[in-house]
Design a protein around this ligand. Structure first.
Ligand SMILES: *Cc1c(COP(=O)(O)O)cnc(C)c1O
Length: 421
């Protein structure tokens, strides 16, 4: 089926006991065993079934299947936030003494995890000089366990040549992890281009209404973990914390995601609630429809600002003069999601004045809501960085990030114009 249909139906068939058409919210912590043997079989992964909602829940399961299908992966794991998804995606295969190679343009929270938290666990994150496959390749060595990118960087708006990066990493036997939050599978499916693991903040476009935090990891099922058992012993040797299971044998192509569920999630618990999964599923039903409008409105705003006398610069890869417009055409039919950055003439002070005059746009730190949103990264999301670090991640003092909503374009432009004037 096509995305528009998968977004509404995948992962759920009318529930047989009640015939409920909408996905039920399974608000339960535990699931009853038929008898002791049934319980033992469930724990041994010998029979499928539910045990405890920290590690699986039927409402979350629908969400996992739906997003996995949208991304073209074999399985997904829903988590309490996008940040948890990124953390677990890495900790699943990266240990003390290992390293991760990353593109430099990152979401602020991801940068903090990589630059300040993981190093304290003895995990080095090597930031490439730029977002090219060549720059990342230079940093790979025998201890590199993952290459990490954001398919569209937040807030930089750069577009990764995912096909090239995936092929480069695979040639070294290293797995790739791509954060597809800004693009969404509606615009770009990284797995089609060889990416091994996709992560999302479902909080943003996927949920789409600014009501619910959530994250997900999707496993492509394509990385040959067993062939690279020296690099990834955790998937090929008996797991002491889970009955000595060998993930490559027990889970086959879903070895990676099987381990995230039964080791990082089971033992540290960033589970998504059933109620949140339900809210996110509601949002996903209209994802393809909303993304069309987000992109259409963002393109109109980018063109309008580019022609405005009070605007110094506009960065949106949907515009033909953007250095990544070719990549936007290659991967996304020339559109580039609903986020753009720009600078008002007059630097920091003019930028802040503009920001304070907005009426329809909400001043906050979030993206991907149906509502139009504005953020000043230098004073908020990227505040903890030095000026050099900000520059590398695509933020200057005057940068304003807009997340263009799905309101009528006339009202969006009118608000921007009155704030600029
Ligand atoms: C928001 C965001 C995250 C973090 O997600 P939360 O759900 O807020 O934890 C990660 N990556 C990107 C690109 C984001 O925009």
């Amino acid at each position: 089926m096509k995305d528009q249909t998968i977004a509404i139906h995948a992962g759920y068939t009318t529930e047989p006991t009640t015939h409920a058409v909408a996905v039920p919210v399974y608000q339960t912590v535990a699931y009853e065993f038929d008898d002791a043997q049934h319980g033992a079989d469930l724990f041994n992964l010998a029979v499928p079934g539910n045990i405890y909602s920290r590690i699986m829940n039927p409402t979350c399961d629908v969400l996992e299947q739906r997003v996995a299908q949208l991304e073209g992966g074999v399985a997904g794991l829903a988590l309490s936030a996008g940040s948890a998804a990124i953390n677990y995606a890495i900790l699943n295969i990266v240990e003390t003494g290992d390293n991760v190679v990353s593109a430099p343009q990152l979401y602020g929270g991801t940068y903090t995890l990589f630059a300040h938290m993981l190093p304290k666990l003895g995990i080095e994150v090597r930031f490439a000089a730029d977002d090219s496959a060549e720059a990342m390749e230079q940093l790979i060595d025998d201890n590199t366990k993952a290459v990490f990118v954001e398919t569209i960087g937040n807030p930089a708006g750069n577009i990764i040549d995912v096909e090239k990066v995936a092929a480069m990493a695979r040639s070294h036997g290293v797995a790739t992890i791509a954060d597809n939050t800004v693009a969404t599978p509606s615009l770009l499916k990284p797995i089609q281009y060889g990416i091994d693991i996709v992560v999302h903040s479902l909080t943003k476009y996927m949920g789409g209404h600014g009501t619910t935090l959530g994250g997900i990891i999707v496993d492509s099922g394509q990385f040959p973990w067993a062939e690279h058992a020296t690099r990834y012993p955790m998937l090929d040797t008996p797991e002491p914390s889970y009955h000595g299971v060998v993930y490559n044998e027990a889970f086959g192509p879903a070895a990676y995601i099987g381990r995230v569920r039964t080791v990082p999630l089971r033992n540290t618990g960033s589970a998504l609630s059933a109620q949140s999964a339900f809210q996110l599923l509601q949002g996903i039903e209209t994802l393809p429809l909303r993304m069309e409008r987000h992109c259409e409105n963002a393109m109109a705003v980018a063109q309008h600002l580019a022609d405005h006398s009070k605007v110094e610069w506009v960065s949106y890869a949907g515009l033909p003069d953007h250095p990544h417009h070719g990549l936007a055409q290659k991967y996304m039919n020339g559109v580039a999601s609903g986020i753009l950055t720009f600078g008002v003439k007059g630097g920091y002070d003019a930028g802040v004045t503009f920001y304070d005059k907005l009426k329809l746009f909400k001043r906050l730190v979030n993206i991907g809501d149906a509502k139009s949103l504005a953020c000043h990264p230098a004073s908020t999301t990227h505040r903890q960085m030095t000026a050099e670090e900000q520059q590398a991640s695509g933020v200057t003092p005057e940068t304003i990030r807009l997340s263009i909503g799905i309101e009528h374009i006339d009202d969006i432009l009118e608000d921007l114009d009155q704030a600029l004037s």
